[in-house]
Design a protein around this ligand. Sequence first.
Ligand code: SDX
Length: 429
Amino acid sequence: MQEKVKVIIGDKTIELPVIIGSEGEKAIDITALRQQTGYITLDPGFANTGSCVSSITFMDGEKGVLRYRGIPVEQLAENSTFVETAYLLINGVLPTKKELERFSALLNQHSLVHEDMKIFYQNYPRHSHPMGILSSMVNALRSFYPELPTSSAEEEINITVTRLISKVRTMAAMSYKISRGHKVVYPHPELDYCSNFLNMMFENPVKPYEIKKEFVKALNVFWILHADHEQNCSTSAVRLVGSARVNLYAAISAGISALWGPLHGGANQAVIEMLKQIHAGGEKVSRIVERAKDRKDPFRLMGFGHRVYKTYDPRAKIIKKTCDSLLDTLHISDPLLDIARELEEVALHDQYFIDHNLYPNVDFYSGIVLRALGIPTNMFTVMFAIGRLPGWIAQWKEGADDPKWKLYRPRQVYTGPTTTDYVGIDKRG
Ligand code: SDX
């Protein structure tokens, strides 16, 4: 029996259907609301508004649950690789051995970037933020790889997906090398996805780079944990821009721009900058916590709080474990980790943080792992973007495959001046 809700407006009562998800989540379907009542709903920040139904990722913010296509992220972090998880998110099932080999071979085949892109990078304003460069360059991919009139829509999407997942990783490493004035390192066909990235980043002609298996494992876990997160800000940007039927490169470029923000993916860089400030003696932990609680102070505790998780972010737990094991195995000690642990301890016992359900999110410890891998701080959000690519693509594809794929066009409540006549310039004050 279809569950319904009643909406009573004046002497009019209408019934609206209730949608129930596979995990029991309930939503009121307001598709007919305006047409039946003339009313719309208002929900700044969309905290109470679902934009779509989706079968990709499930989050339970109260219980701290995260599953990709039903598989708990803890099991994927333990047993899977980023490439396999990307395949799962985009295709909906784990690949067979053959399918995984074929997908990996395709990623390798498309791992190079057009040589003219190097010139593009070399002429980009020096000291630009890598996220600004990445967003521009991903948008430029359409120009370097124009749509082939001979390929079908499906072939076009499949090759674009493969190009994005493989080339964005190459572009990130190339951007880093060029920014340092170093020789660009090309992908090696015999290296796996994560090993290739590390090699492209750190190999150099006079000092061969040793690819440590602990680094490869940590990078796989890092990217698996960042791979998707249902309708977050940047994914919503990809779906919204994609709904105008623009090419996928442009939609992904919009997602990269949204992720750049310090309230979103940019938080991983902001956390390290905050920890460095404390370490340099600029601020004390207790002072940082007090500032975060002061509503007159715009400062927020970076890496803490989440729109959905009202408990510990399950990804933060795994990242923290990865952090501990990576630093222990390699006998690396990072003073910022000690400060992060102290900050977490103080915040988690502070009534304000308890009352506001503020816990560490994925960004709180992820920067420490990236530092241990040797990734420069200003590339941390680029690392997040590479991880989130399969999720953005899967979510865009789910929208595009929907026969009722609608253009995103929210309404508003107008509060400006009512009809006002034009006043000639001579008659104005
Ligand atoms: C990511 O959506 C996703 O899934 C994102 C993400 C993903 O994988 O895609 O998980 C990745 O973006 C993680 C979040 C990274 N951002 C940060 O760490 C930045 C710091 N965190 C906050 O700015 C904040 O917690 C947000 C933006 C993440 C979420 O905030 P909301 O849901 O918009 O809630 P809000 O800003 O309305 O805050 C509610 C209350 C406020 O206090 P009151 O005015 O009600 O008294 O909580 C307070 C806020 O001041 N608050 C914080 C805080 N976060 C919220 N106070 C101090 N420090 C914080 N970090």
